[in-house]
Ligand binder design. Sequence first.
Ligand SMILES: Nc1ncnc2c1ncn2[C@@H]1O[C@H](COP(=O)(O)OP(=O)(O)OP(=O)(O)O)[C@@H](O)[C@H]1O
Ligand SMILES: [Mg+2]
Length: 256
Amino acid sequence: MAPLAQQLTRPAVSLRSLTRSFDGRTVLDSVDLDIPAGQFTALLGHSGSGKSTLLRAVAGLDHQVVGSGELTAPERVSVVFQDSRLLPWRRVLDNVLLGTEGNKEAAERGRVALAEVGLAGRERAWPSELSGGEQQRAALARSLVREPELLLADEPFGALDALTRIRMHALLRRLWERHRPSVLLVTHDVDEAIVLADRILVLDEGRIVLDLTIGRAHPRSYRDPLLGEYRERLLAALGVREDVPSEDGLVTKDSK
Ligand SMILES: Nc1ncnc2c1ncn2[C@@H]1O[C@H](COP(=O)(O)OP(=O)(O)OP(=O)(O)O)[C@@H](O)[C@H]1O
Ligand SMILES: [Mg+2]
């Protein structure tokens, strides 16, 4: 593998003037973005701001976006969603190996990947026998088996309880450190983004309105007061003020 400094100079993802509309409504409005190879980036934004639309485009899942601008992404891309999307009729290892059948090397990588996410010994379990967190770990193992250059994750921890989420954060960061794919993590959770990512983007009204580099060493603590400054800037970009409580404790742009 090339040295990290060299990897970081080569963009893995490049968008130029990427635009996407649905029924005449513009959701992505001429977005420009470069994600260097090996960078861990998070994408924040209100519900409906176009995060999943952007991720689907980068994943190559949106064929209609082609021609609206320029989009470059690596060949080996893995996507992890909020639900694990494990096939219930396939055992855990067979789910992890989906699409790599007959490849002996992949089978071994599948076992290694399951061990990396703490699921050694569960290869022959059915997905229904795993907890929600274990299913998401199996989904991460499945994404790793493809040795992705780019890992796209759309709120992968959104359905998990708070404790499991924190454990998953540490796991994802560890896996990233070991494999060094570029990561684009879509999340609603400002703290999740700050603790995990080295760069955070905020999407609003079809555009990237904030592009923030987090210059703090890892592992980061949720309690680190210096992270509070980033939090404030991100919440401001999201149009959320913490100073004036409303019914739900927050004042949002919409309720101002
Ligand atoms: N296939 C589609 N057809 C029509 N409209 C769509 C389609 N996909 C997305 N949209 C619209 O585009 C907008 C952005 O959707 P998107 O799923 O990207 O939002 P999001 O930021 O991921 O939201 P959330 O945080 O709730 O997941 C929404 O208003 C949605 O209704
Ligand atoms: Mg979404």
